[in-house]
Ligand binder design. Sequence first.
Ligand code: ATP
Ligand code: MG
Length: 378
Amino acid sequence: MDPLSILEPAATRVRDPLSGRSVWLAGLIQDARIDGDTLRFVLAVKKEHGADDRQRLREALLRNLAEKGWTGEIVCTIRVEGVAAAGAPATAASAHDHGHGHTHGAPPAPARDAIKGMSGPGMQPHGGPITKAMPDGVKRIIAVTSGKGGVGKSTVATNLAVALAKLGHKVGLLDADIYGPSLPLMMNLHGKPVGNDKKQIVPIPSHGVRCMSIGLLVDEKEPVIWRGPMVMGVVNQFFKEVDWSDCEWLIVDLPPGTGDAQLTMIQGVPISGGVVVTTPQPVALLDAVRGLEMFRKLDVPILGVVENMSWYDLPGGGKAYPFGEGGGARLATEYGVPLLGQVPLKESIRAGGDAGRPAVLDGEGVFLSIAQKVAKLV
Ligand SMILES: Nc1ncnc2c1ncn2[C@@H]1O[C@H](COP(=O)(O)OP(=O)(O)OP(=O)(O)O)[C@@H](O)[C@H]1O
Ligand SMILES: [Mg+2]
């Protein structure tokens, strides 16, 4: 069993009093693993968290894990960040029996009493179902993937989002690429998102689309050093803790690849349709097949294939096919899915991306036609 599948829904319900976010998004859960029937993880608190906070967070986690169905042992080690391990005031403690049995280690926490009294600030009450629920306010989620990197996923996702907005729809755009977020550049996003009175992050609007990206929260030059589990947690939080109210279409720009990371990111929410972007050459098509298979595995309806960089218009007239011809169409036929469109390789499309002004705004009609097909298919 994946330790994150049990930790994530439990930890998203526990608020970190310091950051105001869930302990999951705040990155306090680390080094999760399951040994036999023991769930182990580190609660990485800050020096500023008082002893009371630490115990309260730990107890809340144990209780929520039990409520989420974990019946094995739990070893939750509290580690104080920024304090050397040797003299650290960190305490290791474990609890078992639904996470609210007796505890071992120091300090011995009166777990049951603490649980009964768990109504302090920062703790969420019992929430609704977490998995496979459509995020509040969202009507449909469209995931854009490619398998291979650099084939134009973000270009297609941004233009599709802006095109849908141009067609009169209410659109959100979520950059799920945590390591290489490109939305701030490609949508010309500035400023830090603020919170609303429901403690949700408010997305930044641009070209009629509400946008969210880790690039808005983390300094561009700072490496995103979170480990895989945290990364997935952040994307899940982006679905659940961002104000997507009244969002008819949420377009998700997935990171390159079709591994566990991508699967985990989208398996917690119902995806209404998947779009696979590919360039026409065999090496990209091979990866696109993996994208199609990923959607099949998750029972995501496949809306179709977008072939990008299909040709180049020669200055003297005629077309060149630097990546080969017709690969996207062949793939679509083979898989029995629609070819949503063929996007030419054009300097204006690249320049639009770099300038934060998706080319559809300047009349690149193919994206409008792709958006119309998507809107019809869903
Ligand atoms: N049709 C096109 N014509 C010209 N340039 C394009 C086209 N499509 C994409 N590009 C450019 O190619 C580069 C890569 O595109 P993009 O960032 O959209 O790819 P990606 O698949 O999202 O990449 P990554 O895997 O890194 O997320 C960008 O500079 C983009 O502007
Ligand atoms: Mg991208």
